[in-house]
Structure formats: C-alpha cells, structure tokens
Design a protein around this ligand. Structure first.
Ligand code: HMH
Length: 198
C-alpha cells in the first residue's frame, strides 16, 4: 500500500493533526503570542530530537533512501540555526524544559530506533507530511506569523516530503496504519500543548 493511502484511511486523526484550532488562530491572528512562543520553543526541542533520530536512520537507510534522508538532516541543522535566530529576536529561552507532549514525542522517536527501517521511514514521512499540510492549512497566516507560515510551506519542503514518500514506498512497513496513527496523534498533541500552556 502506498503511504499516501494512509491519509484517507485515518480521516479524523489526520484532521486533528492538520486542521487544529491553533492553526486557525495563526491564520486569523488570534493566537496569543505566549502560546505561539511556547510552541516555538518546544518545536526547537523537537527538531533537535528529530535530528538525532534521523541521523541514526541514515546509518541504516537503504541505498536509494540515503540522499533524501541525508538532505533532510542538513535542512534540520539549518532549521536549528533558524530557531536560534527566531529565539534571539523574540527573547525566548530555548533551554526551557520539554513539556509532556514534547517528551512523549521524543520517546516515540526513541522507540522508532528499534523499529524496522520501513516503519521508521513511514514515520519520518508522516512527521513531515503532517507538518507540511498543517502549515499549508494556516496559509497565508496573519501578518505577525506570516514569515513562519511561509518558512514551513516553501516548495523545497514539499519536494522533500515527496522524496520521503518515495523512500517510504520503496520499503513497506509491516504495520503502516499503526505507526501512522501513533505519529499523527503525537502531532495533534503537539498543537494541543501550545493551546493548553497559555
Ligand atoms: C511537531 N512535527 C513537528 N515539528 C516539526 N518541526 C516537524 C514535524 C517537521 O520537522
């Protein structure tokens, strides 16, 4: 089964992860700055966790998947630089402790280290496809948040997600629905965390 078929198989879970009220609030400008900043600090932590997961995945990726996984790694390092810049501008402490949703997502990534490579690639595609669709839903974004929305919806990111899709399709996971559902639930909980923290 192509991984793209997972979306229509889990419509409610997909909607919760990609049409969250946090994203509506980013679009209409009603998201409190504190909620957005909380989310930003936690997302920087997540990206650091994802970088570690993805580096380990590269080490065992099948030959045809290496380029897309490695390219994504470099992009994550650049993303961490970008988070540093945003945090400096907004006066945020990126050393703030992980909130429960961030810690739970890190645990999920750590468990995926022990999963077969097909499952790990399906998870990575799901992580990035969810993020792309969520930010695309928030387009164009209220003026205060527009640079963020644009940053996470650039064409190069969509191209990367397509590359991950091809990599995941080449190595079928034994239970794709299970890993997809777990990742999408973690993504929904991540938006929820920002709203709850205010
Ligand atoms: C929660 N999911 C979350 N944050 C991100 N930065 C991405 C996916 C994409 O890297």
């Amino acid at each position: 089964m192509p991984v793209a078929d997972l979306l229509p198989r889990h419509p409610e879970a997909w909607r919760r992860a990609t049409r969250h009220p946090f994203l509506d609030a980013v679009r209409d400008g009603t998201v409190p700055a504190a909620a957005f900043d909380t989310w930003l600090v936690q997302d920087a932590r997540f990206v650091a966790d994802l970088l570690r997961f993805q580096a380990r995945l590269l080490a065992r990726a099948p030959r045809p998947a290496q380029a897309v996984v490695a390219g994504g790694l470099v992009a994550l390092v650049e993303e961490l630089d970008w988070f540093d810049e945003q945090a400096a501008v907004r006066g945020l402490d990126l050393g703030a402790p992980a909130l429960p949703a961030t810690a739970a997502y890190a645990d999920l990534l750590a468990r995926l280290d022990d999963a077969d490579v097909g499952t790990a690639l399906t998870a990575l595609w799901t992580i990035e496809r969810t993020y792309l669709d969520a930010w695309s839903y928030a387009r164009p974004g209220a003026p205060a948040f527009r640079p963020f929305v644009e940053h996470w919806t650039v064409p190069a990111f969509a191209t990367y997600v397509s590359g991950l899709e091809a990599a995941a399709d080449a190595v079928p996971a034994p239970e794709p629905d299970a890993v997809f559902a777990e990742v999408v639930a973690a993504e929904a909980a991540f938006w929820e965390m920002a709203v709850d923290a205010v």
